[in-house]
Design a protein around this ligand. Structure first.
Ligand code: F6P
Length: 504
C-alpha cells in the first residue's frame, strides 16, 4: 500500500524558517496581542511557543485544505463524523449545542436524571451517605476529575470512584462505607465491560453479606444500553440512559456525570454544561485566527509533525486539577493514537504525541530536569488558576503561581555557562500557559470542552477519525479467550507467565 502524499500546505510549513524563542519577542513586538486569547474565564497564552505569523498562515491553509470548517459543521449537525462506526459524535448536544433533535433528547434525559437526583435527596432510596461509582475509562475519568476538582468541602455525599478490576481498589474504596447507606452507580456505556461488571457484582455481594435487604434497589445504571442493565437486575426507573452517539471519553456531560450532579448539586452540574456550551459556541462560530481549540491544534501539529516531538507534557499548577493529566491522556491518546486516515490509508507521519504530565510544583522536583536539560524537546503546557482553592496564607498561592511562571520563563530563556556545561540551560524550549480565573464549574466545563475540540481539530488536520478506539479491542479479546478456553497457542513467554502465576 502506498502512503498518501502529505498535504501541500504541510510541506510549505516545513520549509518555513524556524524561530528562536529567545529573540522571538524582540522580532515581533505585537506578539502578545496575536498569541494571547481570552475566552470567557480562560486566558490562553501561546506566545512562548514557536508559532509565528508565517506558521499561523501555513496552518490556516492546512485547515482549509483539510476541510476544517465543513467537518466542524458536520460535528455540530450530528452527521456521522465517526465514519468507521457509522455514528455521530454528539457530546455538544449534551450541553445544548448541536442538532436540535439530539439537543431535545439530551435535555429530556437530563430532566430524568434531575428527577432521580431529587428523589434520592428526598430519601426515596433510604438514607444515603455514600456514592460508590463503578466504571472505567470514560465512564470513570470524567466524573472523577469533576468531583475531585469541584468537590473539596462542598461534597454532599462521600464519593468513591472505582475502576480497576484489581479487587484492592474496591476493597479500599468501601472500607469506610456503610453498605446500608451506600448508593451504587454502575456506569458503562455498553454495560458489558468486564472490569465494571465484576466490580458491580462484588459490590452487590458486599451489600448482601451486610444484610442489605434489596441491594439492586440501591443501584443506578448510567448507560447507553438500558436493556442490558435491566437484564443485569436494575429496575427501569433507576436507569439513566444516554445516547449511543455520545462517545465514552466524551460522556461526562451525560448521565455518566451523575455522581458529580448528585454530590455537587444540580446547579453546579448545569454550570459545568453552560461553561462547555460557551466553548462550543466559540469553537463553532469564531474566526479560525481567533479560535482557541484550533490555534492550540496548530501548535500541537507544529511540534508533532514539524519539530518531531513525540510527547507533550502538561502540568496543573493547581491541586484541584491534579486528575486533569489522566483525563487528557484518555481523551487525546484514545482519540488520536491512530495510524490510518478516515479512509483507511496509512497516515504519512506521526499522529498523536504521548500525553503525560503531573502537578506543579511536585513535578519540578521530579521530572523537570529532563525538560530543562534533556536531549528531547517536549512542548509543555501549564494550567493554573488566578484564585486559590484554599483559605490558607495567600503565600501558598503566590508561591505556586510564581513557580509556574518561572518555569515557563526558564524554559524559554535558558542560561549560558561556557565554563560549566553541566550547569548550562539551552533554553528555546516552548510552553503554553492556560490561566483560569478560578476553578469554577463554568471554567472547568469550558476547559474540558476546549480540550475536546482541540483533539477534534487535531484529528481533522491529520485526516483521521478521533471517535473510534479499535486499538483497545485485541487485548480484551485475548483476555476473554483465555478466560473462556484457557491459554492456547500463545508465545512461550505468555504461556510461561500464565503457567507460573495462574497455574494453568
Ligand atoms: O476499552 C476502552 C473503552 O471502550 C473506552 O473507550 C470506554 O470509555 C471504556 O472502555 C469503558 O467502556 P464502557 O463505558 O462501555 O464500560
Amino acid at each position: 500500500m502506498t502512503s498518501p502524499a502529505q498535504p501541500d500546505s504541510l510541506a510549505a510549513i516545513a520549509a518555513l524558517p524556524q524561530a528562536d524563542l529567545k529573540s522571538i519577542f524582540t522580532a515581533d513586538p505585537d506578539r502578545l496581542s496575536k498569541l494571547v486569547l481570552t475566552q470567557g474565564p480562560i486566558r490562553f497564552d501561546w506566545s512562548k511557543t514557536h508559532m509565528t505569523d508565517d506558521l499561523l498562515s501555513g496552518f490556516l491553509a492546512l485547515a482549509e485544505e483539510q476541510g476544517f470548517a465543513a467537518r466542524r459543521d458536520a460535528l455540530f449537525a450530528g452527521e456521522p463524523v465517526n465514519n468507521t462506526e457509522g455514528r455521530a459524535a454528539e457530546h455538544p448536544a449534551e450541553r445544548g449545542e448541536g442538532n436540535p433533535d439530539s439537543v431535545a433528547r439530551a435535555k429530556a434525559l437530563h430532566a430524568r436524571m434531575r428527577a432521580l437526583i431529587d428523589a434520592i435527596e428526598a430519601e426515596a432510596l433510604g438514607p444515603i451517605r455514600h456514592i460508590l461509582h463503578i466504571g472505567i475509562g470514560g465512564s470513570a475519568l470524567g466524573p472523577d476529575l469533576i468531583v475531585d476538582a469541584l468537590g473539596g468541602d462542598n461534597l454532599r455525599y462521600d464519593v468513591a470512584i472505582v475502576s480497576n478490576v484489581d479487587g484492592t481498589a474496591l476493597e479500599r474504596a468501601i472500607r469506610d462505607f456503610d453498605p446500608h447507606a451506600t448508593l451504587i452507580a454502575v456506569a458503562s456505556k455498553t454495560f458489558t465491560t468486564t472490569e465494571t461488571m465484576l466490580n458491580a457484582a462484588s459490590a452487590i455481594n458486599w451489600m448482601v453479606e451486610a444484610g442489605v435487604e434489596d441491594p439492586y434497589g440501591k443501584v443506578i445504571a448510567l448507560t447507553a444500553s438500558p436493556d442490558k442493565a435491566i437484564a443485569w437486575g436494575v429496575d427501569e426507573t433507576r436507569i439513566l440512559p444516554f445516547a449511543e452517539s455520545v462517545g465514552g471519553r466524551y460522556s461526562l456531560w451525560s448521565s455518566i456525570g451523575f455522581p458529580a450532579a448528585l454530590a455537587l448539586g444540580w446547579d453546579a452540574f448545569e454550570s459545568l454544561l453552560e461553561g462547555a456550551a460557551a466553548m462550543d459556541r466559540h469553537f463553532r462560530l469564531s474566526d479560525p485566527k481567533e479560535n482557541a481549540p484550533l490555534i492550540a491544534a496548530f501548535v500541537d501539529q507544529y511540534y508533532t509533525r514539524i519539530a518531531g516531538c513525540e510527547t507533550r507534557a502538561l502540568f496543573a499548577y493547581d491541586e484541584r486539577l491534579k486528575l486533569l493529566p489522566s483525563y487528557l491522556q484518555q481523551l487525546e491518546m484514545e482519540s488520536n493514537g491512530k495510524s490510518v486516515t478516515r479512509d483507511g490509508e496509512p497516515v504519512d507521519g506521526p499522529t498523536a504525541p504521548i500525553t503525560w504530565g503531573g502537578v506543579g510544583t511536585d513535578a519540578q522536583h521530579a521530572v523537570f530536569q529532563l525538560l530543562h536539560q534533556g536531549t528531547v524537546l517536549t512542548p509543555v503546557e501549564f494550567i493554573a488558576s488566578i484564585e486559590p482553592g484554599h483559605t490558607l496564607d495567600p503565600a501558598h498561592h503566590r508561591a505556586l503561581l510564581v513557580n509556574c511562571f518561572a518555569q515557563g520563563a526558564a524554559l524559554l530563556r535558558g542560561k549560558e555557562n561556557p565554563s560549566d556545561p553541566a550547569r548550562a540551560y539551552p533554553g528555546n524550549r516552548p510552553s503554553t500557559t492556560i490561566l483560569l480565573d478560578d476553578v469554577t464549574p463554568e471554567a472547568l466545563g469550558a476547559l474540558i470542552a476546549f480540550y475536546e475540540h482541540r483533539t477534534f481539530a487535531n484529528a481533522v488536520l491529520l485526516g483521521i477519525n478521533p471517535f473510534d478506539q479499535f486499538g483497545v479491542e485485541l487485548g480484551k479479546e485475548i483476555a476473554k479467550s483465555i478466560e473462556a478456553e484457557g491459554p492456547k497457542g500463545f508465545d512461550p513467554s505468555t504461556m510461561a507467565l500464565i503457567g507460573l502465576a495462574l497455574g494453568e
